[in-house]
Design a protein around this ligand. Sequence first.
Ligand SMILES: Nc1ncnc2c1ncn2[C@@H]1O[C@H](COP(=O)(O)OP(=O)(O)OP(=O)(O)O)[C@@H](O)[C@H]1O
Ligand SMILES: O=P(O)(O)O[C@H]1[C@H](OP(=O)(O)O)[C@@H](OP(=O)(O)O)[C@@H](O)[C@@H](O)[C@@H]1OP(=O)(O)O
Ligand SMILES: [Mg+2]
Ligand SMILES: [Mg+2]
Length: 363
Amino acid sequence: MEGRRFCIGYALAPKKRHSFIQDSLVTLAASRGVDLVRIDTDRPLLDQGPFDCILHKFYGEDWRKQLMEFRVKNPNAFILDSPDSIERLHNRISMLQVVSELKIDNPDESFGIPKQIVIYDKETLFDRQAWEGLKFPVIAKPLVADGSAKSHKMALVFNHDCLNKLKPPIVLQEFVNHGGVIFKVYVVGQYVKCVKRKSLPDEPEAKLGNVDGLLSFSQVSNMTPREKIDDKHYMMQLDDTEMPPLSFVTDIARGLRRSMNLNLFNFDVIRDSKIGTRYLIIDINYFPGYAKMPGYEKVLTDFFCDLAQKKEALNNPDKKKDVEDKIVLDLQSTDQQTRKIGNDEIGGGQSVEREKKGTPVQD
Ligand SMILES: Nc1ncnc2c1ncn2[C@@H]1O[C@H](COP(=O)(O)OP(=O)(O)OP(=O)(O)O)[C@@H](O)[C@H]1O
Ligand SMILES: O=P(O)(O)O[C@H]1[C@H](OP(=O)(O)O)[C@@H](OP(=O)(O)O)[C@@H](O)[C@@H](O)[C@@H]1OP(=O)(O)O
Ligand SMILES: [Mg+2]
Ligand SMILES: [Mg+2]
């Protein structure tokens, strides 16, 4: 990249920082003119920098306030992504609402979300009317999806007898048989990548034994490398599973990106075993574990370089036309203050690759 260097400040919780900020990423980005600089979240943001872009997965009112102040002082800097846009993903109802509203023209495949209800209190939990139309087994998920360990604690519920163990507010979502494999679709701006992971087995009650009406689990698709190697049956099942059509997945990804105004997210998709062309989106996560994508360094660096080009264009009216012709970004999302100069339909890498990952169902 010619000219000035592009400086990205990142504010990430320690776990995310360790997985995402690897030397290989920092070095590649630096070689292409992009510096990744840690933001000390214990110090005022405005005392640090200057930053051309802020990358963050960090929450709280104070942080939001600091970002707003930063935006006022740095109207041409990008904030990836806007806290208001991220907010929608912190609630498992609003998260999937956007899927229900999405329209995609595809004659061969269809998509949607599983049947689900939200329960705010114990009283409603025991009210049979509230359950009308919902079939067992269901998965009880915490309504709030704020990244805490608690927000990932789920339970498979097989009958009404054990409802006392559930703690509203929760979402009750119909369990859909899907062949034990989940598709994770990673989005980085225009880039879309779909990988396979382990999921819950079909007919879990039969497969997982007598579980007393309720089975708790957490983060099924996160398995350590050791566990992966040991689980031969799972590896074979994963190998045999056909990927969803890439163009279909990409259309959904781009549609979601536009309507959510987000650049960095992934979503979980399952294929209904009963209707092989029917896909259900069950979860959307902000800033997921990108380091698990093979070659994530290049994907992220390309994305950062696109941002740098866009910034250049915003600052330099002479270059603006050039960049408009080849830019691959349409970052309305980076903030309302940024002028729209991209064309979403141009360019963008896509690939679908198999990846084996998962964790045994546990209590
Ligand atoms: N409706 C469903 N039908 C079948 N299986 C499901 C359903 N919903 C969730 N699952 C299984 O439970 C797992 C966890 O659910 P979900 O993805 O909603 O939780 P999460 O904690 O938000 O996950 P992540 O770690 O991806 O953020 C899924 O990966 C999938 O294996
Ligand atoms: O743990 P990893 O880095 O792999 O990433 C996971 C990420 O955890 P982190 O943000 O703490 O890192 C999770 O975020 P929170 O919901 O907990 O906020 C969620 O997005 C998972 O779906 C990610 O796994 P993936 O979906 O990519 O398999
Ligand atoms: Mg998930
Ligand atoms: Mg999730």
